[in-house]
Design a protein around this ligand. Structure first.
Ligand code: ADE
Ligand code: ZN
Length: 342
């Protein structure tokens, strides 16, 4: 099949997005609009200026700009508008289910109350099915450069909202902040019935992945790229059907891979790992779900079976109930390999 037909297949397939930081969907245009609305100074003169600043040589380079960008998010309405804009883009890419991360500590640290952030996001997510035909879940991340005591305080603040929070995640600076630092807060989250995710193996070594499994008891692994350096770990991830939420354009922009042709996604599939495609922080990394698919289809010579497996994996790895997973899997099987549009 031609590349263009494969990219078209990826576009038409129903998909779930399992690794998306809502703050990372803040497009430069919205950054300017919110800076104006909230009278916040930003160090950029134009949208082009902003895009030019989005050059990163590692994760920390990006995080510095990402936390700076958050500064324009002040009110419930801002978080609502941000989330609605993402849902629009998700729908356009035929994303039928989205499990969305948010970083409450990135906002409480600036004096924006937890309730302001979560109310704005949740009010938008209540519209995700009726207005966009997209189901959604919300995952609260702890910032790993902060202390575990601060993560525990955040979990406490979230207590009244736990009915609307599906799980917790662990993000921000990986190297130097190993998973074991957060073992108690993850145990406390598990006790409260929350699902557990953690970024690991993005820049950190395979041991960070192993300790996320053993000490944090994660249900899902975010990134996981560096797991491939350890054959025993790969076998374990395969045998336990652990889902990896892989983010190709993010990996390229943050120099986790030098070139998209060196991206490990195809190898992951060939090794039997449950890999998925996701956009991470699409406003910063150059594309949403379908752009991520197109980039790996082009660079890695994926075939129609690979693409269908990636779509299937996204629902299998989701926190949806089994019945909903089955319905999405059936829709994937019914999607014709060729488009019959004229
Ligand atoms: N926060 C937002 N995006 C992230 C990423 N790719 N890795 C770690 N923390 C993040
Ligand atoms: Zn991420």
């Amino acid at each position: 099949m031609k590349r263009s037909a494969l990219i078209d297949l990826a576009r038409r397939l129903p998909k779930a997005e399992l690794h998306l930081h809502i703050e990372g969907s803040l497009e430069p245009e919205m950054l300017f609009a919110l800076a104006k609305r909230n009278a916040v100074d930003i160090p950029f003169k134009s949208v082009e200026d902003v895009r030019a600043a989005y050059r990163f040589s590692n994760l920390q380079d990006f995080l510095d700009i990402y936390y700076q960008g958050m500064n324009v998010l002040r009110t419930e309405e801002d978080f609502f508008d941000l989330t609605i804009a993402y849902l629009n883009r998700a729908r356009a890419d035929n994303v039928r289910h989205a499990e969305i991360f948010f970083d409450p500590q990135g906002h409480t640290a600036r004096g924006i109350p937890f309730d302001v952030t979560i109310s704005g996001v949740l009010t938008a997510l209540k519209l995700s099915v009726p207005q966009f035909g997209v189901t959604s879940k919300l995952i609260m991340c702890f910032l790993r450069h902060l202390s575990e005591a601060e993560a525990l305080a955040t979990l406490k603040e979230a207590e009244p909202w736990l009915g609307d929070i599906a799980g917790v995640g662990l993000d921000s600076t990986e190297v130097g902040h190993p998973p074991e630092k957060f073992a108690s807060v993850f145990a406390a989250a598990k006790e409260r019935g929350l699902k557990l995710c953690a970024h690991a193996g993005e820049e950190g070594p395979p041991d960070y992945v192993r300790n996320s499994l053993d000490l944090l008891k994660i249900d899902r692994l975010d990134h996981g790229n560096r797991s491939l350096e350890d054959d025993a770990l790969v076998a374990r991830l395969r045998d336990t059907e652990m889902t990896l939420t892989v983010c190709p354009l993010s990996n390229l922009k943050l120099c986790v891979v030098k070139d998209m042709r060196a991206h490990p996604l195809k190898r992951m599939l060939d090794l039997g790992l449950r890999a998925t495609v996701n956009s991470d922080d699409p406003a910063y990394f150059g594309g949403y779900m379908n752009a991520n698919f197109a980039s790996v289809i082009e660079a890695l010579d994926l075939d129609a079976d690979d693409i269908r497996a990636l779509a299937r994996n996204s629902f299998l790895g989701s926190f949806l109930p089994e019945g909903q997973k089955r319905a999405h899997l059936a829709a994937i099987e019914k999607t014709p390999v060729q488009s019959f549009a004229p």
